[in-house]
Design a protein around this ligand. Structure first.
Ligand SMILES: Nc1nc2c(c(=O)[nH]1)N[C@H]1C(S)=C(S)[C@@H](COP(=O)(O)OP(=O)(O)OC[C@H]3O[C@@H](n4cnc5c(=O)[nH]c(N)nc54)[C@H](O)[C@@H]3O)O[C@H]1N2
Ligand SMILES: Nc1nc2c(c(=O)[nH]1)N[C@H]1C(S)=C(S)[C@@H](COP(=O)(O)OP(=O)(O)OC[C@H]3O[C@@H](n4cnc5c(=O)[nH]c(N)nc54)[C@H](O)[C@@H]3O)O[C@H]1N2
Ligand SMILES: [Mo]
Length: 676
């Protein structure tokens, strides 16, 4: 039997998939050929989902820790034992230390609203710590909001085929947004050139007509120099700026000092190329920029992105449905989220029952400073719930995260559908269903389609959806929190019950029947043709973005970048054996030939990478794909794939971006030496 489902992974594409099920097992995953985004192909990561779904290590029963923390030794228990014990322990922690001793850590392992977002209400009802979700998109989000206001919307990717010139800036969509490719190809067929701005050569650079190998973190300088040429050569749209923008004079003054020659010294992109970029973008009918969150993972990442996304406002490219910029479409959905995450608990101080109370002033865990929350907070955290995330390898200073997870006085519960690095540290490992075993509602951040995905498999073993677990705990704690006990379908209906015109005529019945529906966008869709969602309705050019570049020191003279890998998403990977075949045996760090010669290093040997917070051992490859001074290590690989079992984030300090309190994953100062 073949069924239509929605891919739950944290990827802009939000694919509609066809899965073939035989005797209770999924044997094939393909893109739905009738879906305008998915177009009959699944990406290199989703293709191999069946191996993950039926992997022998998948947790299928509630498990209680028996070995030391981190050893991954568990014994099977019943759900009643697990839930009673967890609820009892949680009660004791709340009694003795209050909600501020309880933390949640979760992100987008599944992006479904029911299994991903609804559990938040549980934690708000008991007054647990808030979570500042900064691991991925907060710097970009704040930058976008500063320029265009809340509710991120960008160019509809389905219109991009009509763009006249395309710049892919700080993103690698051929690996991370594969279903944009058909639209890029269409634009190329119709004559558009495609340029790529990225510090190293990846699949997108190879696909592009021109690759600008920019110095990491220097994008604001490049954008200013482009803006300066646009102003100087009369390529700005004066009418658009007069009618729909503010702060342009200050921005222009800041751009004035960025001559192409000066920008060349900072960015490494030669001045002639900068002028050509500006002319092509300014003259195109229209110009389009695909910007990625990748470029925001730098010390000045928020302002860098802000400088770039202002360029289509300068040229008035937003007036055309194919022009403008696309960072995220997530703000277009306007679901009725009133109860979903229990926001009401933060506005009130009414006890959720006679005893447990919400606490609007409770302290907040910043995801990007998770290591410190676990090891330095005073008073310390006493109970931690992790789901939809694998912070033992995905967050900064991960060696210290492990030290925190090893604390005997920290009670840790992990909900997982794989035996992740974090799951190994659990006191209780609770087996979760996958997207094939639970139903959920999905929005997207790379297109304007809304999805309902119906479960197509019976839950394996005793696996349960995340929401079920939190409802059971809430029952045991006696919480009066109706949003936790509502059925998934009830919640989905409530989410869709919104007056916003984008959701007009979208009902739960229609969505379930169709699987996915496109938002009812005004046509032609030109979200910023007449300004922005800011209070004044104008695109904000001020305050002028700052140029903040990442720095190295004599002790740590290289910049390390760790961008996503083609074959897995975050740390969600197919089994190692299959990964080895697809992606090569182990994570490799790439060094430029000139640096390798100076350091006396050759391809194939092991090197030691050291930063101010940690050290890891990696296989070296000498490659012209990177640039002098920059080391590249693609992917948050499974720790066991590395020769030392340590994640690359053992090198990442808890440094935060200029806005958004986000981790700086791609601007880490390191040194490199032969591994002895
Ligand atoms: N295959 C695969 N797909 C994925 C993911 C994955 O892990 N693997 N992750 C998913 C997730 S969680 C996310 S958030 C998205 C991310 O998707 P995007 O936000 O679109 O970012 P990436 O495609 O990761 O692009 C990162 C690129 O930015 C470049 N970059 C880094 N620093 C700079 C800089 O200073 N300037 C410029 N110009 N470029 C820079 C990197 O070299 C890299 O090529 O992708 C999603 N899709
Ligand atoms: N060095 C470096 N570090 C990075 C990045 C980088 O580029 N470089 N990228 C950052 C970014 S953009 C992101 S988004 C984060 C991602 O990092 P995390 O937020 O930790 O997400 P993943 O690593 O994808 O892990 C998701 C986990 O959720 C589990 N899961 C999937 N579906 C379900 C479900 O339905 N229920 C439950 N209970 N579990 C489920 C999966 O098995 C997996 O173990 O990493 C960040 N870390
Ligand atoms: Mo992400």
């Amino acid at each position: 039997m073949t069924h239509g489902v929605t891919c739950p992974l944290d990827c802009p594409d939000r694919c509609r998939l066809l899965v073939t099920v035989r005797e209770g097992r999924v044997v094939r995953v393909a893109g739905d050929p009738n879906h305008p985004i998915s177009r009959g192909f699944a990406c290199a990561k989703t293709n191999r989902w069946p191996e993950r779904q039926h992997h022998p290590d998948r947790p299928l029963y509630p498990m209680r820790r028996v070995g030391p923390k981190g050893a991954g030794r568990f014994e099977r228990a019943s759900w009643d034992e697990a839930l009673d014990e967890i609820a009892g322990r949680l009660k004791r922690v709340l009694d003795e230390y209050g909600g501020e001793a309880v933390a949640r850590y979760h992100y987008a392992g599944t992006t479904g609203l029911l299994q991903g977002r609804a559990p938040v209400a549980f934690f708000r009802a008991i007054g647990a710590c808030e979570l500042d979700e900064t691991i991925c998109a907060s710097a970009g989000g704040e930058a976008w909001e500063a320029a265009y206001g809340p509710h991120k919307t960008g160019t509809d990717p389905e219109n991009v085929g009509a763009a006249g010139f395309i710049v892919i800036w700080g993103a690698n969509p051929l690996s991370t947004n594969a279903h944009l490719t058909p639209f890029l190809k269409e634009a190329r067929r119709r004559g558009a050139a495609i340029w790529h701005v990225d510090p190293y050569e990846n699949r997108t650079s190879r696909f592009a007509d021109r690759h600008l190998k920019i110095r990491p973190g220097s994008d604001a300088a490049l954008a200013y120099a482009v803006a300066r040429v646009l102003f100087a050569e009369g390529l700005v749209d004066e009418d658009y700026l007069n009618d729909h923008a503010e702060g342009v004079a200050e921005f222009r003054a800041a751009a004035e000092s960025w001559t192409p020659a000066r920008a060349e010294r900072v960015t490494g992109v030669d001045a002639d190329t900068i002028v050509e970029l500006a002319r092509r973008f300014g003259r195109a009918r229209p110009g389009f920029v695909r910007v990625g969150y990748g470029m925001t993972r730098q010390p000045g990442g928020a302002d860098a992105l802000r400088a770039v996304i202002l360029l289509p406002a300068l040229t008035g490219a937003w007036k055309h449905p194919a022009g403008g910029a696309l960072l995220s479409t997530s703000g277009a959905f306007h679901l009725n989220k009133e109860r979903l995450e229990g926001a009401h608990w933060l506005r009130q101080n009414t006890p959720a029952n006679g005893y447990f109370r919400p606490n609007p002033t409770v302290r907040t865990v910043n995801q990007s400073e998770f290591a410190s929350a676990l090891t330095r907070w005073d008073p310390p955290l006493r109970a931690l719930f992790v789901f939809n995330a694998n912070p033992a390898i995905s967050t900064p200073d991960s060696a210290r995260v492990r030290v925190g997870l090893e604390r005997e006085d920290l009670f840790t519960v992990v909900l997982e559908n794989a035996l992740s690095e974090t799951a190994r540290y659990a006191d209780w490992l609770l087996p979760a269903t996958t997207f094939l075993e639970h139903s959920d509602l999905y929005t997207s951040y790379g297109n304007y389609w809304l999805h309902w995905s119906q479960a197509v498999l019976e839950p394996a073993g005793e696996t349960r959806p995340n929401r079920w677990v939190f409802a059971e705990l809430a029952r045991r704690l006696g919480l009066d929190a109706s949003e936790l006990f509502a059925s998934g379908e009830e919640l989905a209906r409530e989410l869709l019950n919104s007056d916003h015109p984008h959701l007009q005529s979208v009902t739960f019945e229609r969505l379930r029947e169709a699987g996915s529906l496109k938002l009812n966008l005004p046509q032609p869709f030109t979200p910023h043709a007449a300004g922005a969602n800011t209070p004044s309705g104008r695109v904000r050019f001020g305050p002028p973005p700052k140029v903040i570049t990442p720095s190295t020191t004599a002790e740590f003279p290289y910049l390390l970048m760790t961008p996503p890998q083609h074959y897995f998403l975050g740390s969600i990977y197919a089994p190692l054996e299959s990964l080895r075949a697809a992606a090569g045996g182990e994570p490799e760090v790439w060094i430029h030939p000139a640096d390798a010669a100076r350091e006396g290093l050759e391809s194939g040997g092991y090197v030691l990478l050291e930063s101010e917070v940690g050290r890891v051992k990696r296989r070296l490859r000498v490659s012209g794909r990177t640039q002098p001074g920059v080391l590249v290590l693609e992917g948050t690989w499974p720790a066991e794939a590395a020769p030392d079992g340590l994640p690359a984030n053992a090198l990442t300090p808890e440094r935060l971006t200029d806005a958004g309190r986000q981790a700086v994953f791609h601007g880490v100062a390191v040194r490199i030496s032969r591994y002895m």
